[in-house]
Design a protein around this ligand. Structure first.
Ligand code: NDP
Ligand code: BG6
Length: 486
């Protein structure tokens, strides 16, 4: 698959010493190389950060995150392509000059043809995005080659800071050069909403609106806490961590109107139109919580017991919020989004809950047919439609039976199924912006959440026990709305 028209490809991982680089970025780069998605003889993956490593130790560190490396030879070949450069500081010009000359050396040794490509992946805390961008532009931007910068989330902390970040990036780079990554847009589960709605499923597309849908839920639960990420969580909290970006992206694709085509422009336009129709979330429609220690398992400590967390932290590790969309398709349909760490299970799914037709001959006892359609990412990748049907036996007792497809069945998948990060890094290398977040969309998404986040930060989060279903008070909000999660 080496049709990439580049003389040399340099993918530079800033923050190569960090958590994301080890858990996600390097494993994705390894897999892209092992699956021949990048030209083996002309690609290097250069790590950059302030930490000092002997090359051997750096390689040990990144290898420990690569779970799919059963073949030692393939891993060794990959590591040969992974130099590491220690920077004195993220605002130190000479460090970037050193980086530039290291990359230039690798480029000069390449025998390929075409332009050189440099992709800078910024896996660093947002506080240093600015310094890194400025210095990259000044010292390490290839003058004749093609340069791209991948910016991680969170994209700012609110609407204002996102605008400041956008202006900074726009003063240094063209919009073509900037790739704002949200790894949920690399997930098949999230993208599958489009063929489900706009493919050839009239039973879904014709019922995908307020006429038939009573409410929509997004249920994101993790059975693990924010262990070791307290510094980040204290500052950002869970709404900024996953709700405002990952879960919002899922909702955008599930809620937007049909794009005119699958072109980048049309998809981005349809997404932005949907965000513009979103009513800012009301603070009173938000519940927040923070986990306390488990009463059953001494290893499951309270959020505040983590040594990286401030003792008086009010950071939220759980939130449920209600979003309304002011357009003809969705007016008055609540989109109820729940996300939480340290809960009873790991789950990520989006569900449409259908109304019971008033003339149904087979109402269930609860008054709702309970018919639902779920797109699931965790614990398994699946689609599940529950349909009301006759329970086998005498009489006309009805049940809600699942009609499902589980994508772990190899019958439904290719032999190579890339992770979300692989998909998106490869898209960035190819210069395809479709599944990245354009500037205006990144900013507008904050408009929907700003008031709710600011208000939530002035409150004391409700308590819930590690391993539980979340704060009990959530039930009152759900009851008021008549909403049930599956
Ligand atoms: P880390 O906290 O692990 O930081 C990455 C590296 O940045 C560190 O190894 C350190 O490198 C440097 N660094 C850390 N703190 C500072 C600081 N205050 N000032 C300057 N440099 C610092 O972050 P992650 O790897 O977890 O995340 C990186 C980015 O990716 C963030 O924007 C995060 O939001 C995003 N992200 C992370 C995910 C994850 O699962 N971890 C998931 C999705 C997005 P050194 O000291 O060697 O320079
Ligand atoms: C990251 C968040 O962006 O997404 C994490 O920072 C969260 O807190 C993760 O755990 C969830 O991603 P996934 O792909 O495991 O659902």
């Amino acid at each position: 698959m080496n049709e990439l028209p580049f003389r040399h490809v340099a993918i530079v991982v800033f923050g190569a010493s960090g958590d994301l680089a080890k858990k996600m970025t390097y494993p994705a780069l390894f897999s892209l190389m092992a699956n021949n998605m990048l030209p083996k003889d002309r690609t290097h993956f250069i790590g950059a950060a302030r930490s000092k490593y002997k090359m051997e130790d750096f390689h040990k560190k990144i290898s420990s995150g690569i779970k799919q490396s059963s073949d030692q030879q393939v891993l060794s070949k990959f590591l040969e392509k992974c130099p590491y450069i220690s920077l004195s500081a993220y605002d130190d010009g000479p460090s970037y000059q050193r980086l530039d000359s290291e990359i230039a050396k690798l480029e000069s040794q390449s025998t390929g043809s075409g332009k050189n490509l440099r992709v800078y992946y910024i896996a660093l805390p947002p506080s240093v995005f600015g310094d890194v961008s400025e210095n990259l532009r000044k010292y390490a931007w290839h003058k004749e080659g093609i340069n791209r910068i991948i910016v991680e989330k969170p994209y700012g902390k609110d609407y204002q800071s996102a605008k400041v970040l956008s202006n900074k990036l726009a003063s240094l780079f063209t919009e073509e050069e900037v790739f704002r990554i949200d790894h949920y847009l690399g997930k098949d589960s999230v993208k599958s909403v489009l063929p489900l709605r706009f493919g050839a499923n009239p039973f879904l597309s014709s019922t995908w609106s307020r006429e038939h849908v009573q409410y929509v839920t997004v249920n994101f639960k993790e059975a693990f806490g924010a262990e070791g990420r307290g510094g980040y969580f204290d500052e950002f909290g869970i709404i900024r961590d996953v709700m405002q970006n990952h879960l919002m992206q899922w909702i955008i694709l599930a809620g937007m109107e049909r794009p005119n085509s699958l072109s980048v422009k049309d998809i981005h336009q349809a997404k932005l139109k949907f965000i513009n129709d979103c009513r800012p979330v009301r603070p009173s429609d938000v519940i927040i919580g923070q986990y306390t220690a488990s009463s059953k398992d001494p290893n499951k400590k309270a959020y505040k017991d983590d040594e990286t967390v401030k003792k008086d932290s009010k950071a939220s590790t759980f939130a449920t919020a209600v979003l309304y969309i002011d357009n003809d398709r969705w007016r008055d349909v609540p989109f109820v989004i729940r996300c939480g760490k340290a809960l009873d299970e790991t789950r990520a799914e989006l569900t449409l809950h259908y109304k019971t037709p008033p003339d149904s001959l087979f109402p269930s006892e609860s008054g709702r047919t309970g018919t639902t359609f779920t797109i699931r990412d965790h614990p398994e990748k699946s689609h599940v439609l529950t349909a009301t049907t006759k329970k086998p036996g005498r009489g006309f007792t009805v049940l809600n039976a699942p009609l499902s497809i589980d994508f772990s069945n190899p019958k439904y998948t290719d032999s190579y199924v890339p992770t979300a990060y692989e998909v998106l890094i490869y898209d960035a290398v190819r210069g395809d912006h479709t599944w990245f977040v354009p500037r205006e969309e990144a900013e507008e998404a904050w408009r929907v959440w700003d008031d709710a986040i600011k208000n939530s930060e002035s409150r004391n989060p409700l308590k819930y026990e590690y391993g539980s279903e979340g704060p009990k008070e959530e039930k009152d909000l759900l009851k008021q709305l008549g909403v049930e999660f599956e």
